[in-house]
Design a protein around this ligand. Structure first.
Ligand code: AMP
Ligand code: GLY
Length: 428
């Protein structure tokens, strides 16, 4: 069969890499792809948000299965567009992807259906938001309702910070229409984890547990990024938390979406805050996490393609997932300056040397070819991912490979996976 993967980041490289292992797949296309993906798939120069262009090309190439990586095409209705032409596509519909596209919708859904999450009030006018914030005690979390490329959540430690966040989002309109409504949410303490599951709108097939590292600097300092590294499994997700996440969050959410007339089929990603083995939802995403997909897909032994198809066909209950017992760790290497401004076009060296580290794979994110060389082409550039017997070995292997790669200004966190190691050492 012919498969098209939409997107061009580390998550999409991991999807292409995993799909390429399926004996059922003859050819893979990726739009737009990157320099790493180009070794496995034919890259099409079409933006992930060009729904019309992608639909036309998929029809022309007679693609059998399309897999959507990022959220933007989902919220633009790519699933309906493909289905309208009788083509099979993996991902939730526009209506269902509102669970990520509108934080106010997700919050209302959780409140209405008793899914555990922090208290929050939604405002459409700055005056009432300011009045409410002044009556509250900080810290508070202020969130733009719509998609804001991961920048629309502001943690406010003081009233002044909260007022300037409201001003930024509602008055200066820094995120455009995504900030037409804001949520003022209670600040939740604890440790975060990512919980992902396939769902066909009825059955839920969980992926292993994982944890992202959102902040740019070690010890979770500095501004948030798309994610600077991830590992799986995440020991903060104990057996009890895992059970609660499935029974109190994932299954009720899938049921709630169906009841609201927004049947959800695809990967559902819950960002969790965990404290003393209780978990609450911070947010939902309508897709695989990036970089979580890299260590998660590396741990998946089952063929991914039948699971993707069963998700589309409503036949997921017949599927199990075979997993690698080993742990996996992904260290993201980024351009100096990210998540602020950074330069592109830096020549990357050491990729071949890094590839020699056993059980390691270098997933490309922001890379391109220039003059026959692989150069940087984005903020997050590579996701160096390793399998190991235990998280400690996976960390060592991933960093061994990272140290063989260089370019001018390359930056990475040195503490990916340390939280898991400490938890294991403490025996909790
Ligand atoms: P979100 O996009 O809603 O997951 O928010 C991005 C990040 O902001 C999360 O990964 C958390 O680190 C942080 N965050 C969001 N909501 C809260 C909250 N209610 N309390 C504490 N931190 C939060
Ligand atoms: N790693 C966070 C995300 O994919 O949203």
């Amino acid at each position: 069969m012919k498969v098209l993967v939409i997107g061009g980041g580390g998550r999409e490289h991991a999807l292409v890499w995993k799909i390429a292992q399926s004996p059922r797949v003859k050819k893979i296309y990726c739009a737009p792809g990157n320099a790493g993906i180009a070794q496995w798939a034919e890259c099409l120069p079409i933006s992930a948000e060009d729904v019309k262009g992608l639909t036309a090309r998929a029809e022309k190439e007679k693609i059998d299965l399309t897999v959507v990586g990022p959220e933007a095409p989902l919220t633009l209705g790519i699933v309906e567009a493909f289905r309208g032409k009788g083509m099979r596509i993996f991902g939730p519909t526009q209506k269902a992807s509102e669970i990520e596209g509108s934080k106010a919708f997700a919050k209302d859904l959780m409140k209405k259906h008793g899914i555990p999450t922090g208290d929050s009030v939604t405002f459409a006018d700055p005056e009432s938001a300011i009045k409410y914030v002044k009556a509250k005690r900080p810290p508070l979390v202020i969130k733009a309702d719509g998609l804001a490329a991961g920048k629309g959540v502001i943690i406010c430690r003081t009233l002044e910070e909260a007022l300037s966040a409201l001003d930024l989002i509602m008055v200066q309109k820094a995120f455009g229409p995504a900030g037409a409504r804001v949520l003022v949410e209670e600040f939740l303490e604890g440790e975060e984890a990512s919980f992902l599951a396939f769902t066909d709108g009825d059955s839920v097939l969980p992926l292993p547990t994982s944890q992202d590292h959102k902040a740019i600097y070690d010890d979770d300092q500095g501004p948030n990024t798309g994610g600077m590294g991830a590992y799986s499994p995440a020991p903060v997700v104990t057996e009890k938390v895992n059970r609660d996440a499935i029974e109190k969050i994932m299954i009720p959410t899938v049921r709630a979406m169906a009841k609201e007339g927004k049947k959800y089929q695809g990967v559902l990603y819950a960002g969790l805050m965990i404290r003393e083995e209780k978990c609450q939802v911070l947010e939902f995403n309508a897709r695989f996490g990036d970089p979580e997909a890299q260590p998660l897909l590396m741990r998946m032994k089952s063929d991914l393609v039948p699971i993707l198809e069963a998700t589309i066909d409503g036949a997921l209950s017949a599927h199990k997932m075979e997993l690698e017992d080993r742990s996996s760790v992904c260290v993201v290497m980024a351009s100096g300056g990210y998540p602020g401004s950074y330069q592109k076009g830096k020549v990357i060296s050491g990729l071949e040397e890094a590839a020699k580290v056993r059980d390691t794979f270098v997933f490309h994110a922001g890379t391109a070819f220039h003059g026959g060389k692989v150069v940087t082409n984005g903020g997050r550039v590579l996701g160096v991912t390793a399998l190991g017997n235990g998280i400690g070995e996976a960390i060592r292997k991933a960093y061994q490979a990272v140290e063989r790669i260089s370019w001018e200004g390359a930056y990475y966190r040195r503490d990916i996976g340390q939280k898991a190691l400490k938890r294991i050492e403490r025996g909790c």
